[in-house]
Design a protein around this ligand. Sequence first.
Ligand code: NDP
Length: 255
Amino acid sequence: MDRLTGKTALVTGSSRGIGRATAVRLAREGALVAVHYATNDDAARETVALIEKEGGRAFPVRAELGVPGDVHELFFGLEQGLKERTGDTALDIVVNNAAVTGADGISPEDVTPEQLDRYFAVNARAPYLIIQRALRNMPDGGRVINISSALTRTAVPEQVAYSMTKGAIEQISLHLAKHLAPRGITVNSVAPGITDNGGPVFDIPEAVEQMAQVSAFKRVGDAGDVADVVTFLATDEARWITGSFIDASGGTLLG
Ligand code: NDP
């Protein structure tokens, strides 16, 4: 369990859900992890505490994404945290996980320009600008992992606005994979299906039973199911995979 010893990682939105599980696993492999979040200080501190309890290293970084100055604020805290712990600001791994998810969806007729702007600002614009900024810190051989969604491959009309942004993040992976290959940096998309992120709906057995039916395995995903895939992509073992769409939906797309 030391495939990432000496590496540093940023996981956006790792105060809870898939991001938290990813931060915990990257740290288990030896990475120093920046636990990014927007508002929930306690939840971010809990992720850091979980990591430290296992003997890992992590620190919290707060920055609301999708607002002016977001990437600047993120990298200000990130570089400070890295410098204090490693003496420099090298960043080996970026996981673009934070997103506005809109669990209930919006009827296509009712999507407003403001909602579209918000989805794009957090889910597509911010990840792009985070990668662009991170490239200044990223050594050759770095890793970028963008969290997409199975909704880019299956039609759910009430999720059209959200899914448009996930289509955008997959395009970032495709084009930047080619651009960054000369530096040995890989860029991939990971697409979860319905995954228990600790939200209230996952406490309702009937709802969980219904959601489970969409996966070929007839269960909802655990955050760890997705986090393990992300962690693999971060290791040297995944050096030959770039520009890929990785279906981590438990067979949801098999129909
Ligand atoms: P959660 O809703 O559980 O957590 C979201 C995280 O993102 C939190 O850490 C939250 O911080 C942070 N965040 C949200 N908005 C912002 C913002 N504007 N600025 C900064 N941080 C923000 O997410 P999930 O674990 O459910 O999802 C993780 C990823 O997986 C997302 O990209 C999502 O689209 C994708 N996905 C999830 C699926 C699922 O079923 N769970 C299915 C398919 C894809 P804070 O705690 O401070 O609010």
